[in-house]
Ligand binder design. Structure first.
Ligand code: FE
Ligand code: FE
Ligand code: ZN
Length: 307
């Protein structure tokens, strides 16, 4: 078994397809990755190139990346909780059905989904809408797993407590195709204490079950516990802190679970222009060393200046 399954969010472009995503992950020394199949803020999706996919799968094999650890994130504009606009609700359902087909074509087994925002309908009705939609989406017995993400509780977001997620899970008929994605920033902002992760995990286990954790998003938070803000911070620079994140990343009971960084890019001025650079190679290095580097932002700026 791998000591650590770690990666980050990477890009996916029509031009390079999955090959670009794998190569980006490898440039960070990652052994997994997560991507959107197109822009996260819209639902325009290009056809998937079969040859590029095959080549990408080959590169993964050669580099010891298990495709079962690779993850697609559904676009965040999809909302299964509100059905006031029936057309939009059905559009969301159909989009996710298509996303499942895209995942199958790519050979990917896990799709992360934000449960949705009820936008005035109330929590009960919102949760019912999510269940109804997911039962349509997961009507086929076999297929990729949907991982519902724990949310910060910004606005009317649902999935901000283990109890809400449990309500959704209880309503879903096809249990083998539904799991949970823990997001450390969201958990903190929702009011969970990441400094006592064993207690948090115990609570999760009692309500939902540790075996249901399909992915963990590793982010520090810009805001204090219970802020309901959802603003990610680079690891070690936020309110959760490096040591607490390391404990989660290396937790004995979560070894098989892929960990994905979604921390913000670092800004630097280059040629008089404000540019931003991915922090993932450096954050992954600190995680592997289990040692925080006080100067990692400076190191990132120096490294990318060369190019
Ligand atoms: Fe997310
Ligand atoms: Fe996340
Ligand atoms: Zn977030």
């Amino acid at each position: 078994m791998k000591e650590l399954i770690i990666g980050s969010h990477v890009s996916y472009t029509q031009n390079e397809g999955l090959i670009g995503s794998v190569n980006e992950a490898l440039s960070y020394n990652a052994n997994t990755f997560m991507f959107y199949t197109g822009a996260p803020q819209n639902t325009l999706r290009a056809k998937i190139d079969e040859n590029k996919t095959k080549e990408a799968q080959k590169i993964m094999k050669e580099n010891n990346i298990d495709i079962n650890d690779v993850i697609i994130h559904a676009p965040y504009i999809i909302n299964l909780a509100n059905n006031k606009d029936e057309e939009k609700y059905h559009f969301s359902i159909n989009f996710l059905k298509e996303e499942i087909e895209r995942a199958k074509t790519l050979g990917i087994n896990k799709i992360i989904l934000h449960p949705g925002s009820h936008i005035g309908l109330g929590e009960k009705e919102g949760l019912e809408n999510i269940v109804k939609a997911l039962n349509i989406i997961l009507s086929e017995k076999e297929g990729p797993i949907i991982c519902l993400e724990t949310m910060a509780g910004k606005g009317s977001e649902l999935g901000k407590t283990f109890e809400e997620l449990k309500t959704i899970l209880d309503g879903i008929k096809n249990k083998q195709r539904i799991q949970i994605c823990l997001d450390t920033c969201h958990l903190n902002d929702a009011g969970y204490d990441l400094k006592d992760f064993d207690k948090l995990l115990h609570a999760f286990d009692k309500i939902i079950g540790i075996d249901k954790i399909g992915c963990i998003h590793i982010n520090d938070s810009k805001n204090p516990k219970s802020s309901h803000k959802d603003r990610h911070e680079n690891i070690g620079l936020g309110t959760i802190g490096f040591e607490n994140l390391i404990k989660i990343i290396y937790h004995e009971k979560l070894k098989k679970v892929p960990k994905i960084l979604e921390t913000p890019y670092i800004s630097a001025v280059k040629g008089g222009k404000d540019r931003t650079y991915p922090p993932y190679k450096f954050e992954i290095e600190m995680i592997k060393n289990k040692k925080y580097n006080e100067n990692f932002q400076e190191d990132i700026r120096k490294c990318y200046k060369k190019f």
